[in-house]
Design a protein around this ligand. Sequence first.
Ligand SMILES: Nc1ncnc2c1ncn2[C@@H]1O[C@H](COP(=O)(O)OP(=O)(O)OP(=O)(O)O)[C@@H](O)[C@H]1O
Ligand SMILES: [Zn+2]
Length: 703
Amino acid sequence: MPSHITPSALKADEAGQAADLTLWVRVALDVPVQGLFDYCSATIIPVGTRVIVPFGRRKLVGVVVATPAQPAIEPRLAKAVEEVLDDTPPLPADWLRLASFAAQYYQRPLGEVILPALPTALRKVSAYQGKRSAGGPVKRMDKRARPLAGSVGADTPPSLNAEQAAAAQAIAGQQGHKTIMLHGVTGSGKTEVYLHAAQAVLARGGQVLFMVPEINLTPQLEQSLRSRLAGIEGGEMLAVLHSGLSDGERLRAWMRAQRGEARVLLGTRLSIFAPLPDLGLIIVDEEHDASYKQQDGLRYSARDLAVWRARDRNIPVVLGSATPSLESWNHAETGHYQRFTLAQRAKAVELPSVKLVDTRRLAMQQGFSPQLVKALEERLEAGQQSLIFLNRRGYAPVLNCASCGWVSQCPRCTAYTVLHRAGARRNYLQCHHCGFQARVPHACPDCGDQDLKPMGRGTQRVEEYLAELFPSARIARIDADSTRLKGSAAALFAKVHAGEVDLLVGTQMVAKGHDFANLGLVGVLNADAMLFAQDFRAPERLFAQLMQVAGRAGRHVKGGEVIIQTDYPEQAVYQALLRHDYPGFAQYGLAERKAVGLPPYAYQALLTAEARELSSALGFLADARLLPEQHPLDYPTVAALTLYDPVPLRVVRVANIERAQLLVESTSRPALQAFLTTWSHALSGVAKAFRVRWNLEVDPLEI
Ligand SMILES: Nc1ncnc2c1ncn2[C@@H]1O[C@H](COP(=O)(O)OP(=O)(O)OP(=O)(O)O)[C@@H](O)[C@H]1O
Ligand SMILES: [Zn+2]
């Protein structure tokens, strides 16, 4: 059988009957137009099948989402499906339900959800038609396919402690839907619980979707998953899916998931859209992590979609974290989620002791307190590793002229350019918002003075200072700059794990998930910068990040220690950290949110506008805000809503584009949803008059 049937060819075979046999398909296309598109076909095309159709002057790959008896357009105007792509099974019904829900909930056309969720090769006409297409990408992939490396030795799992066993049993025994929160302190062995639960699901023929927030977390987990699965079935049952893969690798993982060859899919947020016919369990590790939120296109929360998908498929979903989001914690408190707690570290080591160093009256050296320097010395002498955590990459956040006050500023953004030092002579200024780069001026552009000084410090400067302070120590830096090349992050982490690093400097990249065997001390620089960010989630994020990074200390060595330098030791966030008290922090945080009516006690959507002129962006938002007043009948739920005044963003200009936003809030999610559906359809019309780009984000994480 040919891999794709050309309907017109069939039509010719059955000439004469064609007129009576016209069938209709409704197709989702990735075009910025609301709605679906009807085409005729001479053959039956099952829902979920990909097709190539003409659209205007182009051809596009689309997905059949319905087969209506009658088209929604004048039949004689309808065009015919050009090619049916049956090299993959049709997308399953539950997958289409997930996509429809996401489209509805996040207010996007269905085609803009469905098509981008597919691997690139499956949505490109050129992959099927044209000189090099040779049977389509799946055929070519299958031809090339070599056996997977499955030569991992099985390892013996540790026996679970009582807390772990209780959680693992509950998850493994859960047949229908339930959302289970696994709240486990750092190093409590959540991974073991996931693995045990996953094994039980695999044993009864289910597939497991295992989601992690970031790619740099996968190598270690991938390894332990492989060696664990090797014990059952040869380790080939694992597929990995994330945005760092090549198109070919991504296609392969996706196909293995859809064909049911992969029994465990380990992936980042985009893996929530993988078709998994036998899905029996979803695990969302570090469920609070902001990386689960897609920040452009369809702005979905993979965590929230995971809960929806699990409910839809009537299977359990596990949300694991040492610092759950306040939204999830609230669900556990109110009994919507079942909560299991791992209060103890799995190995016989205590949680690290946390010390706050009050930096207000201290003589600091390059951002280091005497206490922190002394602690570093001690760990070096003891042959242990230390981690310095600073969430700011580059050498210094700004360059400054001592005589006239000039500061290095991005010409295209309302932001400073950051000084970078890559190698002895390669200094440059870079904007972290738009990527703009400039040479470091020899003299001040304003007054000509040559005394230009870096102000503040980033990871590069800290690395440099540590090298001065401890000349014989082996130092490594892990941040977005040092890991730009493919594989470099894995290589750096491998060095740390191999004990070839004494001092590690890093941004939030090093904070998460890693199980460093010999790390005794964590020092935190400049945490206060996050404390006073304007966003109402800033304290929650700071607490989670510090708990997480503190959790890297003393996982396997005794006497782990965390030193946090701060000007505000009395702040609730820091006080809760001292006691490792997430529940206490959450209680405080939720009470505060409740008092002022913020999520999870309210639901939000954010309309953002971008334009050349700030007045256009603000004008568009102002008009958008007036719509419900002008058309009251279209917005029956508007009384249950608050539409705030349009305001410029804090960093108002990025790459010469001015940005403003309007917040919509309600205590009723259905009221908000009903409003957004009508509103989002009307916004395009308003936008035309202002020449703005806009987007609507439901459940925004940052405001
Ligand atoms: N029952 C157990 N007995 C002995 N060791 C265990 C047990 N369970 C887990 N471990 C080990 O404890 C260490 C920490 O476990 P793991 O990394 O799963 O913690 P975690 O809860 O995921 O922590 P984090 O939230 O910090 O990532 C690992 O080295 C793991 O192999
Ligand atoms: Zn810029």
